[in-house]
Design a protein around this ligand. Structure first.
Ligand SMILES: CC(C)(COP(=O)(O)OP(=O)(O)OC[C@H]1O[C@@H](n2cnc3c(N)ncnc32)[C@H](O)[C@@H]1OP(=O)(O)O)[C@@H](O)C(=O)NCCC(=O)NCCS
Length: 186
C-alpha cells in the first residue's frame, strides 16, 4: 500500500528532507542530465531563485522551496512529485496563471506499479493546483517512459529547445490546462 501525501514548503517539508534525499540519491542518474551535475537549462534559468544545479544538495535545497507530494510505502519514501504554484513562464509568456511541475521521481524498485500516475492523480485532485489555469513541465526528448504518461494525461508538447540537455537530446516543454481533471472518471 502506497500513501501519497502533500507537504508544503517550510517546517512541514523540511521534516521530510531525508526522505527526499533518499529518493534523489536512487534516481539522480536517471535524469538527463543527472540532477547532481545539472548545468543551468532553460528551466534552471527560469526558476525564480535562479538556482544553478551543480551539486545534488542544491537540487534538494531547491526542492525544499516547492510543494511536494511524497509517495510513502511502509514508512519509506519511494517517490515524489514537486511543483511550484504561481509560476511565470518566461519562454511561454502566455502561461500567466500556471503551475510548474518540477520533478517526478520513483525509485527503481517501485517502478511500474502506478506510483507516478498516483502522484499525478493527487496533483490534479489538489485544490491548490486546481486554483491555477495551466500546468507546465519540462522534460528531455529521450524520456519515452515519462512521455507516454504525460501524453496519456493530455499534456501537449509546445516547444523544443534543441540540444539543451546533451548533443541530440532536447528539452521539451509540455503544457495542459489544469481542468478537466483527467482522473475524474476513475
Ligand atoms: C518516469 C517515472 C517517474 C515513472 O514512474 P512509475 O511509477 O514507474 O510510473 P507508473 O508505474 O505510474 O507508470 C505510468 C505509465 O507510464 C508509462 N511507463 C512507465 N514506465 C514505463 C516503462 N519502463 N516503459 C514504458 N512505459 C512506461 C506507462 O504508460 C505506464 O502505464 P502502464 O503501467 O499502465 O502501462 C520513473 O520511471 C522515474 O522516476 N524515472 C526517472 C526520472 C524521470 O524520468 N522523471 C520524469 C521527468 S521529471
Amino acid at each position: 500500500m502506497v500513501a501519497i501525501e502533500l507537504f508544503r514548503p517550510g517546517d512541514e517539508l523540511d521534516s521530510h528532507k531525508d526522505d527526499l534525499w533518499n529518493v534523489l540519491q536512487l534516481t539522480d542518474r536517471d535524469f538527463v542530465p543527472k540532477l547532481s551535475a545539472r548545468e543551468p537549462t532553460t528551466l534552471g534559468e527560469l526558476k525564480p531563485s535562479k538556482v544553478v544545479f551543480q551539486l545534488p544538495i542544491e537540487h534538494l535545497d531547491f526542492l525544499l522551496q516547492l510543494h511536494v507530494f511524497i509517495a510513502i510505502s511502509e514508512g519509506k519514501a519511494v517517490g515524489f512529485l514537486s511543483f511550484l504554484p504561481g509560476f511565470r513562464h518566461e519562454v511561454v509568456p502566455s502561461l500567466t496563471s500556471c503551475v510548474l511541475i518540477d520533478t517526478v521521481a520513483v525509485i527503481p524498485s517501485f517502478r511500474r506499479k502506478g506510483i507516478a500516475r498516483d502522484l499525478y492523480r493527487a496533483l490534479f485532485a489538489s485544490p491548490l493546483f486546481q486554483s491555477y489555469d495551466d500546468a507546465v513541465l519540462h522534460t528531455w526528448s529521450t524520456n519515452a517512459t515519462h512521455g507516454v504518461l504525460i501524453e496519456e494525461l493530455g499534456f501537449e508538447k509546445i516547444r523544443i529547445i534543441e540540444n539543451e540537455r546533451a548533443p541530440g537530446i532536447h528539452t521539451e516543454i509540455w503544457t495542459r490546462p489544469t481542468k478537466p481533471n483527467p482522473f475524474e472518471d476513475d
